[in-house]
Design a protein around this ligand. Sequence first.
Ligand code: 5GP
Length: 178
Amino acid sequence: MSRVKLLDREFELSIPEEKLLKAVDQVAEKMNKELEGKNPLMVCVLNGSFMFASDLMKRLTIPCEISFVKLSSYSGTGSTGQVKELIGLNEDISGRTIVLLEDIVDTGLTIINTVEQVKQMGPADVKVATMLFKPDACKRDVKLDYVGMDIPNDFIVGYGLDYDGYGRNLKDIYTVVE
Ligand code: 5GP
């Protein structure tokens, strides 16, 4: 499928599954080396990162756990602008190595706020893994420990990412046709 239509928009194939999975292989390899002996708690930030989290977990060979969180639709104003409250991280994470699993870092606002909230829960360390990163959109100073791949500043769907709820099931990534 080189093109798909979702609701009112057309999207064209931009990153095939094989390329995505190679990127996940590399992230997993790095984590297997760097997080050995740290018993990390992987924290999958729903909804978009479910496919990345699934493919990544299958490739991790170190002892680790996974938990799933959401960002509420509630938004207030914090130091970095709009904040969404992190919900679902109910376990005691004090002293743990946390690895946040994100689908995409665009402006960086979401991940900065999420890291801030997790840090307040007293972990030993908070690392960030994102499947995709848009360097041209991200003007903030964000520390990304693991990046699957850099992509251009275009709107994409597939591999967990949606357009108004649709397209999350696509195994490849598609870019909007303007
Ligand atoms: P940020 O706060 O870094 O600007 O945005 C992060 C969130 O925006 C992601 O978790 C994702 O939900 C959404 N997002 C950013 N870029 C895209 C994109 O190209 N496609 C889709 N479907 N969502 C995106």
